[in-house]
Design a protein around this ligand. Structure first.
Ligand code: B12
Ligand code: SF4
Length: 458
């Protein structure tokens, strides 16, 4: 019997290159590696990441597409091409889950939620010629997340960083974030030995743990993180890793020490804003609890262990006026973070921000196929109470030019050099150089995004 072919695709954003402008910042499509691992071994599987190589039509029996909101327009384009050739298309991932009715206009089947519980039955249904329109992935109540080792052998060999996931879910439910809507409030973790075994097989030196918070919030989840780091030390990994966490990453010296010894180089923390009012507006309660006045101290405590911090900030909260944008810019330029990720508030489907703005009819057109491409976090895609679009962009130009000004980049790098402890001078120099490049990379993304500011959406 001839093998059936499954083609799995990560689409690009057709109007904005963004992250994929630097090959070293392109991440492996872990989701597609997992789908491939869930597929019976008698299938032939190919993964195409459009961010890595130009898309070329490749014949298949079944096509699976993943997508962010910002890449959904391109996902629909590719889906239409395959459907025009009578190849069934399945779409999964965050966008198809949260606006499944829209996605069903362009694809044969939508997988809502996490795929582990449904993909094997979808494949048997396909083989039996009874593919359904919707499959609903179930999230287990158990704190243990069972997910197969992704088929890394199918990834393009050019990724310099390997993506690994150790946990899912976030109890915080911040208004602008879709993680809780998608992965649930329940924090789940993979068995530590499974993660360690997976790490053994990864050739890349750099690892990005794609968890939304690698340590979680409860004492139990923090213990789990320590066990993971201890396991990495015990097995003698000499890799360098980064991940995401909340401000509680800086709470515990023992945890920080274990993180560093296990190879932690950097951590991305959602600081969002220096204004308590705005933190309240988006229910970023954890940061309020930590206290704005302590943010820099927390970052400095992380520095003491030789770990640098990527601070994520948001501009364009509904209460932001021009003065507030300037205050945030000033705060950032004086803050202790090493790399600044500054973005524009974007209502993502499934979030409370989206629900509220949608009700008030504030959000830009997002029903035509291309307009989702502008939901990149670098465009204002809603009617702001304090700004016309051009006024907002005028202010944001000043903000970005200042945050990523060569002089500020230089100052930030010097601060990084001086603040990192427990590191020999050569590594400190390398790290300062790296953070400078990181900031510069964000500036490159912003410059690319600015090209869209004056463009009319299709
Ligand atoms: C790592 C990451 C990135 C990486 C990219 C990784 C990649 N190649 O996919 C980088 C840093 C490049 C990135 C960029 C961006 N990201 Co991002 N990112 C993440 C993060 C933290 C982890 C993603 C991940 O690997 N998860 C692990 C995999 C296993 O989970 P999964 O993708 O959900 O897959 C499961 C299911 O969804 C399903 N599934 C997924 N695809 C498919 C396909 C099929 C066919 C099937 C059947 C099932 C299926 O099965 C999988 C297993 O259960 C998520 C948060 C999160 N919790 O997911 C945000 C997240 C996906 N990112 C988000 C956003 C907004 C962005 C940016 C727009 C942000 C920005 N400021 O630039 C850009 C967009 C980039 C672009 N190309 O346009 C949002 C997306 C929301 C949305 N509605 O689109 C998320 C959810 C974070 C959030 N705060 O809300 N991101
Ligand atoms: S922003 Fe971070 S803390 Fe808030 S819900 Fe999303 S993942 Fe959780």
């Amino acid at each position: 019997m001839e093998k059936k072919t499954l083609l799995l695709i990560t689409p690009k954003n057709s109007v904005f290159k963004g992250w994929s402008l630097s090959p070293e910042f392109i991440f492996q499509p872990l989701n597609l590696g997992i789908i491939a691992a869930l597929t019976p071994s008698y299938w032939k599987i190919k993964i195409i990441d459009e961010n890595m190589r130009q898309f070329k039509y490749y014949p298949a029996d079944l096509v699976g597409i993943t997508s962010f909101t910002s890449t959904s327009s391109r996902a629909y384009e590719i889906a239409s091409l395959y459907r025009s050739k009578n190849t069934p298309v399945v779409m999964g991932g965050i966008h198809a889950t949260l606006v499944s009715n829209e996605a069903l206009n362009y694809v044969d089947t939508v997988v809502k939620g996490e795929a582990e519980s449904v993909w094997p039955s979808l494949i048997s249904d396909f083989e039996a010629g009874r593919l359904q329109r919707i499959y609903e992935g179930k999230i287990d109540e158990s704190p243990i997340l069972i997910s197969p080792k992704p088929r890394r052998d199918l990834f393009h060999p050019g990724y310099t960083t390997a993506s690994v996931q150790t946990t899912r879910g976030c109890p915080m439910d911040c208004h602008f974030c879709s993680v809780t809507a998608f992965n649930g409030k329940h924090y789940r973790h993979r068995p530590i030995e499974d993660v360690l075994d997976e790490l053994e097989e990864i050739p890349q030196h750099h690892i990005f743990f794609v968890d939304d918070n690698i340590i979680g919030y409860s004492p139990k989840s923090i213990e789990r993180a320590k066990e993971l780091f201890e396991g990495m030390i015990r097995r003698g990994f000499k890799k360098s890793w980064g991940s995401q966490a909340s401000l509680n990453f800086g709470d515990d010296d023992e945890l920080l020490e274990l993180a560093r010894r296990s190879g932690c180089a950097n951590i991305l923390i959602g600081i969002e804003t220096e204004s308590e009012d705005q933190l309240k507006e988006v229910q970023k309660n954890f940061n309020i609890r930590k206290g704005v006045k302590n943010f820099n101290k927390i970052v400095q405590r992380i520095h003491k262990h030789g770990i640098f911090v990527i601070g994520a900030f948001i501009f364009g909260f509904e209460k932001d006026d021009a003065a507030a944008l300037r205050r945030r810019r000033k705060y950032i330029n004086h803050s202790a973070v090493d790399i600044v990720q500054a973005t524009i508030l974007t209502p993502l489907p499934g979030t409370k921000t989206f629900g509220r703005m949608e009700q008030l009819k504030m959000i830009d057109e997002h029903t035509s196929t291309n307009s989702w491409s502008y939901f990149t976090f670098y465009n204002l895609v809603f009617k702001h109470p304090h700004f016309e679009k051009d006024e907002f962009y005028k202010e944001m130009l000043k903000v970005f030019q200042s945050i990523y000004h060569p002089w500020n980049l230089f100052r930030r790098s010097c601060r990084t050099f001086l603040s990192l402890r427990k590191m020999e001078t050569k590594r400190k120099l390398e790290t300062s150089f790296l953070t400078n490049r990181g900031n510069h990379h964000y500036w490159v993304i912003v410059k690319d995004a600015m090209k869209l500011w004056n463009k009319k959406q299709d």
